[in-house]
Design a binder for this molecule. Sequence first.
Ligand SMILES: NC(=O)c1ccc[n+]([C@@H]2O[C@H](COP(=O)([O-])OP(=O)(O)OC[C@H]3O[C@@H](n4cnc5c(N)ncnc54)[C@H](O)[C@@H]3O)[C@@H](O)[C@H]2O)c1
Length: 421
Amino acid sequence: MVSKGPVLRLLTAINRRRMKLLMGLAFVAYVASVWGNFVNMRSLQENGDQKVESKIEEAVAPLREKIKDLEKSFTQKYPPVKFLSEKDRKRILITGGAGFVGSHLTDKLMMDGHEVTVVDNFFTGRKRNVEHWIGHENFELINHDVVEPLYIEVDQIYHLASPASPPNYMYNPIKTLKTNTIGTLNMLGLAKRVGARLLLASTSEVYGDPEVHPQNEDYWGHVNPIGPRACYDEGKRVAETMCYAYMKQEGVEVRVARIFNTFGPRMHMNDGRVVSNFILQALQGEPLTVYGPGTQTRAFQYVSDLVNGLVALMNSNVSSPVNLGNPEEHTILEFAQLIKKLVGSGSEIQFLSEAQDDPQKRKPDIRKAKLLLGWEPVVPLEEGLNKAIHYFRKELEYQANNQYIPKPKPARMKKGRTRHN
Ligand SMILES: NC(=O)c1ccc[n+]([C@@H]2O[C@H](COP(=O)([O-])OP(=O)(O)OC[C@H]3O[C@@H](n4cnc5c(N)ncnc54)[C@H](O)[C@@H]3O)[C@@H](O)[C@H]2O)c1
């Protein structure tokens, strides 16, 4: 066995001490690094926690808003509704009730205390027009196409379902014809089954490009049966014929309102009609486009006047057609100038070539409505236009906030497209 020399023993003793020292230092370093890691992880975790929390907050904020909206809708205040006894309260169906005229009629009949069922396929109408009634115990909204039969129990039917403006009814002429013919037959069938009275929303277009002026209810009209407007004009004419066939043959009580141009809030922004065109153009600083020389005349009634006329006619004993319109006649150019002034717009007036089959004159003779219904329009043109301008301004703001406002599509001309008529 080899014995260790004194030098070796000394070195070993030093190394042992060093080793101990080194081990001690290593232990301290280890503890320090563990502590450091721990502290780092804590701060990382805290940072991470903060990030996660802010992400959660971001995701939850819109949900919170939604919950607030829902809470609001649960506690929604409806417009004031009259109380009617069971005897006076009617069950009323409005086809096309989510459209421009239909939604105002809904408002009136609801506020009068009736039970209203709106039936609409939302072709040109929208839920937003009647959303303030959704959930009310007297109100029902049904998504339904009148071209299909409908089975419900009602006392009165206001049959308004039909596209009403040229771009909308020309978009799909076959569908326009089906709605006005098959749709009207279905509603008359319903009226017959349940013993309801039906009011047809007919139109001054049944007079076509009139040869008599103003037009009274005895005038048979001057309609081009194969022109671009025929699907609507002839559709409404045959709808009237159907009403009187059901009245004579089946004893159904019918009312026929020949409605003249109407305007007001909730009318379609892009329906291509004079009032909406001019208001939109004036608000957007675009030229006001007049087709032809601007000497053709139009008479416009405010929507609340029309609604009062429809209700008066429905509840009257007048079964023959009645004109509902405002006889105050203006040239198209006068309308352009007035709207420009009311909007305070600097837009110029631009003259374009005349549209096909555009009637030269249109003015209702409303003596029958005055005499038999005691009805006449009361809202002055400027007052009505100001309300419509206010509505359009708001709608443009809505649009600017990226909300979708449907534009009418161009007319379908080609055969063989796969789309439901
Ligand atoms: N506004 C006017 O100046 C005017 C003038 C004359 C006649 N009218 C008549 O008054 C009625 C209402 O016109 P408006 O201006 O409110 O038009 P609108 O387009 O705003 O309303 C028509 C409603 O009918 C609905 N509809 C269309 N086809 C349907 C179908 N097959 N089934 C169910 N619903 C359908 C639409 O979605 C819309 O809600 C129409 O019958 C129209 O012919 C209106």
